[in-house]
Design a protein around this ligand. Structure first.
Ligand code: PAF
Length: 283
């Protein structure tokens, strides 16, 4: 695996592949890699001739009170892990390489409405930071396919919309959620869960699954389902940020005749904010 810190070197290397007609797969990350990231790289490898991954802890998508400075930087371990799954190129730029004119002056990419709900409501500006950096990374790498985990469902839906609205010639591919044995979705932030709360940290997943079962069994009072699930999570000792049954593509609150629904939730443990989602197809 070759590592590049600068755009120019990466572009040169990828140009040779393009000339040979190779397809390029891309897995953008913020590092601190775990099994779910590596599964995305493996998926990219199965779909494309060449795989590029990036590691960049993008300050533009962190709020002022968020954990940008304590976000784990584990480049050495990450590099080994990427090598072990056969990643071909790693791009890990510094902030000046990505934002040469500073973040305040940076042109932004905004996906209206979808970015202001759910996680966007409690993390203002977060998705603008994501869509801006992902657009830049797409322009740098110019991949044929880019793989994003379904765990960050809202991010995936917003990036799909962005690519469609801006005619960006990249196919967005979804990567399955990878879970711990008890159902907790793997996340770089799981390391912040306190040992004492870990045993119940799968409650979000349990409650989302419970709603999914009720929907499949024909329940149609969405508000009541959401309220009961919130109560289950609070009884397990956590604070709910949001828990909503949405129409899968638009992320609007689901209507009773929708056939594709996704139940999305976020909760706070003492040490971490966790998100998860479960999708159901009805009728
Ligand atoms: O999902 C992430 O790790 C980040 O939001 C991404 C897509 C790499 C953009 O910084």
């Amino acid at each position: 695996m070759q590592t590049f810190h600068h755009i120019i070197g990466l572009r040169k290397a990828l140009e040779q592949h393009r000339q040979q007609g190779h397809t390029i797969g891309f897995v953008p990350t913020m590092g601190n890699l775990h099994r779910a990231h590596l599964a995305l790289v493996e998926q990219a490898k199965s779909l494309c001739d060449v795989v590029v991954s990036s590691i960049f802890v993008n300050r533009l998508q962190f709020g002022l009170n968020e954990d940008w400075d304590k976000y784990p930087r584990t480049l050495k371990e990450d590099t080994q892990k990427l090598k072990s799954v056969g990643c071909d190129y790693l791009f890990c730029p510094d902030e000046h390489e990505v934002y040469p004119n500073g973040m305040d002056q940076q042109a932004r990419v905004i996906v209206p409405s979808m970015a202001d709900v759910l996680c966007g409501a409690s993390r203002p500006g977060h998705f603008e930071g994501v869509t801006t950096v992902v657009t830049k990374l797409f322009n740098i790498v110019q991949p044929h396919k880019a793989i994003f985990g379904i765990k960050d469902y809202q991010q995936l839906a917003i990036i799909r919309r962005m690519v469609e609205d801006l005619c960006i010639p990249v196919e967005i591919v979804a990567g399955d959620i990878v879970r711990e044995a008890d159902g907790l979705a793997m996340s770089s932030r799981n390391g912040f869960i306190l040992p004492a709360e870990r045993v119940h940290a799968n409650q979000l997943n349990k409650s989302l699954n419970w709603i999914a079962e009720q929907l499949i069994a024909g329940a149609s009072d969405f508000y009541a389902l959401e309220q009961t699930a919130r109560q289950q999570i609070e009884e397990a000792g956590f604070k709910v940020d949001y828990l909503t049954i949405c129409e899968s593509a638009s992320l609007l609150p689901a209507a009773s005749d929708d056939s594709q629904m996704t139940i999305l939730g976020a909760m706070y443990t003492q040490g971490a904010r966790l998100i998860d989602n479960v999708s159901v197809e009805l009728g």
